[in-house]
Design a protein around this ligand. Structure first.
Ligand SMILES: Cc1cc2nc3c(=O)[nH]c(=O)nc-3n(C[C@H](O)[C@H](O)[C@H](O)COP(=O)(O)OP(=O)(O)OC[C@H]3O[C@@H](n4cnc5c(N)ncnc54)[C@H](O)[C@@H]3O)c2cc1C
Length: 501
């Protein structure tokens, strides 16, 4: 029995696959989308509990006012996005909340250090890490300085986005405390997705000159629903729960067979949006013929980062200044945790950013705290029982936020009514959060060009690659996924038109 030959088969129904499907069907091509999960969205996943919706994967349209194409897509589909107002972010040291002056001084020093180490010239060796420069004795991170005005100190804050802990820092600085400064610098590991020791100094800040940044907006209803709307608005056929297990080109090169857990499908062209973390695990023979050696080397060498979210929901907001504080940053009060550390020791020894969803800057404030976990705490906590981690984090918050469990300061601390801890790291359809900036390498093997390499089509252009990992200038973001989907759809459209001539 002959099977239908689609113009294009797209593997993956995340942002990149959905955007590509919409574009290609709009040009009149027949498209089949094969998705391994039983839902659309990929790394756009929204936690829903009653009226509360919290994104557990991507949550922000970074660079909303600066040209992120996701803005136009949301608008076209009638989805509003919300730009939260800035609310004060409070930093907690070992003795409780830092004064506005001290916090501003720390942020300012970190900001100066980041500026000093942005694309250093002359370029350092590719083996040098961002940590080696940031934590050197001469680093601007450790420079003492003058006291800023308290107004300036209060302006840094944030939203609930962890994009850059030093953003908005005032130009004058005060205070000097090496441990606190190091602790704050460690929060950079949240948006970077990797330890500062692994981040390349040579390429530090390279993307900040090209990627969308500035204003952050959150799509109403959550990101998962938005991606579903994108795919629903296409004319593509969509099949869920179809894990692709092989992609094979016919001998004459005219068609490509895609084998899944449920059957076989045929296309003239293929766009794979399989995330880099998953590409790393594919068995030999998945692609027939095999990908070029340079391509497979780049898959193996390019880094996928770790970022997890830990969510606690309460009946009421018990934490201090719950209606005026945007986020709480907890600097370590214990030694760097190891595999032998208890849950309490892991939280105590980590730099953590906790977003306060009760802040009135958000469209539907709710008594919810969402914490971003960087590589070190994430890896250590993910091997512990989830319920124990949620319980331990509640106890940590009660202790660090200085509220007595017996209702001291006239506050009654309720137990969480719900919680969630993501595990993107072990999720077999992502194996990690997103790609990271370039990592250290011995002989210049790694650079942003890796992301170009990962987006190069093979098989005379008939097998293409999209996804955040294929965009040199916007990797690791929704913008990267969207731009890559548009890029591949346009390229495949041209190819299909040529094939039809
Ligand atoms: C915790 C977290 C927070 C983030 N925060 C932000 C943020 O605020 N702003 C931002 O811009 N970005 C953020 N990101 C990054 C953003 O989510 C991703 O860059 C983007 O969603 C990636 O889209 P994609 O289409 O490239 O990949 P995906 O969304 O992962 O889509 C790929 C699809 O392929 C499917 N698949 C995998 N293997 C197979 C197979 N064998 N067969 C069939 N299907 C398969 C997967 O199930 C998935 O649906 C965040 C990511 C994480 C994890």
């Amino acid at each position: 029995m002959s099977i239908k030959t689609y113009d294009t088969i797209i593997i993956g129904a995340g942002w990149s696959g959905s955007v590509a499907a919409k574009q290609l069907t709009a040009k009149g091509h027949s498209v089949l989308v094969l998705e391994a999960r039983d839902r659309i969205g990929g790394r756009a996943r929204t936690y829903v509990n009653g009226n509360d919706k919290v994104d557990l994967g991507c949550s922000w349209i970074h660079g909303y006012k600066e040209g992120n194409p996701a803005r136009g897509i949301a608008k076209e589909l009638g989805v509003d996005a919300h730009l939260p107002k800035s609310f004060e972010g409070v930093i907690y040291g070992p003795e409780g909340p830092l004064s506005s002056e001290q916090a501003a001084s720390l942020r300012s020093s970190l900001s100066s250090a980041q500026a000093a180490f942005k694309l250093p010239h002359p370029a350092p060796p590719s083996s040098a890490s961002l940590a080696s420069a940031l934590f050197a004795d001469s680093s601007p991170l450790f420079k003492s300085s003058a006291t800023p005005s308290s107004d300036a100190a209060n302006t840094n804050v944030s939203s609930t986005s962890p994009a850059n802990p030093s953003e908005g820092a005032p130009s004058s600085k005060a205070g000097y405390d090496k441990a606190l400064a190091e602790g704050l610098a460690r929060t950079l590991e949240v948006p970077l997705g990797l330890k500062l020791e692994k981040a390349s100094l040579k390429w530090a800040g390279w993307e900040s000159t090209t990627s969308f940044a500035g204003s952050d907006a959150a799509p109403d209803g959550g990101y998962q629903d938005l991606v579903k709307k994108v795919l629903d608005s296409s004319r593509a056929e969509v099949k869920l729960s179809q894990k692709v297990t092989g992609i094979k080109q016919s001998e004459d090169g005219a068609t490509i067979k895609v084998v899944t857990s449920q059957g076989e499908f045929e296309g003239k062209t293929i766009i794979s949006t399989i995330p880099l973390g998953v590409l790393k695990t594919l068995p030999e023979g998945f692609f027939q013929p095999a990908l070029p050696p340079k391509f497979t080397e780049t898959i193996a060498g390019t880094h996928v980062g770790i970022l997890e979210k830990l969510l606690l929901q309460y009946d009421e907001a018990w934490w201090p200044n719950a209606s005026t504080t945007g986020s709480y940053t907890f600097l370590p009060i214990g030694p760097t945790p190891t595999e032998n550390s208890s849950i309490e020791e892991i939280f105590n020894g980590s730099s953590l950013i906790t977003a306060n969803f009760n802040a009135p800057s958000l469209p539907n404030p709710s008594p919810t705290l969402l914490t971003y976990l960087s590589e070190t705490p994430a890896k250590l906590l993910l091997v512990k029982p989830k319920e124990e981690v949620l319980k331990g984090f509640h106890q940590f918050l009660v202790k660090r936020l200085g509220v007595k469990a017996n209702g001291g300061e006239n506050r009654v601390v309720s137990e969480p009514k719900a919680g969630e801890l993501t595990d993107w790291l072990k999720d077999e359809y992502s194996y990690g959060a997103t790609t990271t900036p370039s990592i250290v390498s011995q002989g210049d093997e790694r650079s942003p060009m890796d992301f170009k390499e990962l987006g190069r089509p093979v098989w005379n252009g008939k097998l293409g690659f999209a996804g955040e990992h294929t965009e040199m200038e916007h990797r690791g973001s929704v913008a990267g996924a969207v731009v890559s989907g548009l890029r591949e759809a346009e390229r495949v459209n041209r190819l299909l038109n040529l094939l039809k001539e």
